[in-house]
Design a protein around this ligand. Structure first.
Ligand SMILES: *[C@@H]1O[C@H](CO)[C@@H](O)[C@H](O)[C@H]1NC(C)=O
Ligand SMILES: *[C@@H]1O[C@H](CO)[C@@H](O)[C@H](O)[C@H]1NC(C)=O
Ligand SMILES: *[C@@H]1O[C@H](CO)[C@@H](O)[C@H](O)[C@H]1NC(C)=O
Ligand SMILES: *[C@@H]1O[C@H](CO)[C@@H](O)[C@H](O)[C@H]1NC(C)=O
Ligand SMILES: *[C@@H]1O[C@H](CO)[C@@H](O)[C@H](O)[C@H]1NC(C)=O
Ligand SMILES: *[C@@H]1O[C@H](CO)[C@@H](O)[C@H](O)[C@H]1NC(C)=O
Ligand SMILES: *[C@@H]1O[C@H](CO)[C@@H](O)[C@H](O)[C@H]1NC(C)=O
Ligand SMILES: *[C@@H]1O[C@H](CO)[C@@H](O)[C@H](O)[C@H]1NC(C)=O
Ligand SMILES: *[C@@H]1O[C@H](CO)[C@@H](O)[C@H](O)[C@H]1NC(C)=O
Length: 332
């Protein structure tokens, strides 16, 4: 049983000593992954700026084993690990051999000119050599605003946007699978219980192999010609069973209203999915979905309001801590 008071928020956006260490630019839609005790952050873009600065090719880390309790947070630049591509709203998945798979996202060459290059959807980061490799993956599909999860060497990616630009595209509801050992990429052919085309959701995989999808935006016919889309209810939960390859829905219980949202984050701890932040609402800031119950149950911990409210951030679980990095303050 988790004690909710143990969940402490560390908003790491400031540097204590900018001279001695690396000072990253603010960002949304970046990636963060914990390998051993290192929190690695890379990608993303500056929501308030049209330009892409070379700094967004950066990769930097924080030594959590040293920093967490000392409160002396210092980012270090991983100089050799510079991203081979500018990406935001992509997904980064860690496999058991400490390899990161960076998939999809907006891939700009020059934002001012509106130039993008989507020709290579999958990159791999080897954490021991601190280097990226462009993987040649036949049939790999490029999508934006996606979240992948991994189960026994297979990455599952649901839907996402096939963008024409930052304000238009086509949303999908298909399930892509990528076997990292064989490098086989395929699209599952599922016709039953398909959810609506969606992007900007979160995905967490439970120990029984069921993926829980929360929030995001949906559009009935997929055509995403503006940011006008519907926000699915967080009470009706989309589930994908990676063993039976089947979709289902569940209506969660809980009396509290958990408002719909996009660009939020989740972490999974002991069967509790901790949902934080997001765009489209300001309430509650944080909620917990207990998936240990046969019918999942939403709860809002008493301390929910003590945090800032962000969107486009990332969250990672480290021991009893949820570490939130960057994002933009939601001023609703
Ligand atoms: C904080 O960490 C940096 C880099 O590891 C180190 O140089 C500095 O002395 C530390 N400062 C304090 C107050 O511990
Ligand atoms: C992007 O294009 C603009 C306009 O042509 C140019 O001024 C700028 O230097 C380019 N940026 C990069 C990173 O190439
Ligand atoms: C796009 O990326 C591919 C793969 O990295 C590269 O071979 C190609 O030259 C790039 N195209 C442009 C126009 O930059
Ligand atoms: C990562 O690099 C190390 C050192 O070169 C190598 O032994 C290992 O096989 C690489 N991992 C992958 C997944 O390629
Ligand atoms: C959209 O999908 C097509 C076909 O799969 C692909 O060639 C293209 O790169 C995709 N565009 C983006 C922005 O992902
Ligand atoms: C984005 O693409 C849509 C559809 O092609 C187009 O109508 C719109 O003008 C484009 N917006 C920008 C900012 O380029
Ligand atoms: C992925 O490939 C490996 C090696 O061929 C195989 O053992 C495994 O069953 C594959 N996973 C799936 C989900 O097909
Ligand atoms: C898709 O839905 C949008 C918004 O409801 C509508 O404007 C558009 O015409 C629809 N497109 C198709 C192909 O049905
Ligand atoms: C969830 O609730 C809605 C509205 O009450 C109902 O229409 C739907 O059938 C329920 N779904 C499930 C899976 O129980």
């Amino acid at each position: 049983m988790v004690s909710y008071s143990l969940i402490i928020f560390c908003i790491i956006t400031l540097l204590i000593n900018p001279i001695l260490c690396y000072e990253p630019k603010p960002r949304v839609g970046h990636n963060s992954v914990i390998i051993n005790n290192q929190l690695l952050v890379f990608g993303g873009w500056d929501w308030d700026s049209e330009s892409i600065e070379p700094s967004y090719y950066d990769i930097f880390d924080l030594d959590l084993s040293k920093s967490l309790y000392s409160k002396n947070w210092t980012w270090n630049s991983v100089d050799g690990g510079k991203l081979p591509v500018y990406t935001s709203f992509s997904t980064a998945i860690l496999s058991t051999d400490d390899t990161i798979y960076l998939i999809g996202g907006y891939r700009a060459i020059n934002l001012t000119k509106g130039e993008f290059n989507y020709s290579n959807p999958v990159y791999m980061y080897n954490s021991s050599t601190e280097s990226w490799t462009a993987l040649k993956v036949d049939n790999a599909i490029s999508r934006q605003e996606i979240k992948g999860v991994i189960n026994e060497g297979t990455i599952y990616i649901f839907g996402g946007n096939n963008a024409t630009n930052f304000s238009a595209g086509t949303l999908y509801n298909d399930m892509q699978i990528f076997n990292v050992s064989t490098m086989d990429w395929s699209t599952l052919s599922i016709t039953q219980n398909l959810p609506s085309p969606s992007c900007g959701y979160t995905a967490d995989i439970l120990t029984n192999g069921i993926i829980v999808y929360l929030g995001g935006v949906e559009i009935a016919n997929g055509s995403y010609t503006s940011r006008i889309a519907t926000f699915p209810s967080l009470k009706t939960i989309k589930l994908f069973d990676t063993v039976r390859l089947e979709w289902s829905r569940m209506n969660a219980t809980g009396d509290d209203v958990i408002s719909s949202r996009v660009y939020h984050s989740t972490v999974l701890k002991d069967g509790n999915i901790i949902l934080f932040g997001g765009y489209g609402t300001d309430s509650p800031k944080l909620a917990i979905l207990d998936t240990n119950k046969e019918i999942f149950e939403w709860k809002i911990p008493a301390s929910s309001d003590s945090s800032p409210f962000l969107y486009g951030h990332t969250a990672n679980l480290y021991g009893n801590y949820m570490i939130v990095t960057f994002g933009k303050q939601n001023l609703l």
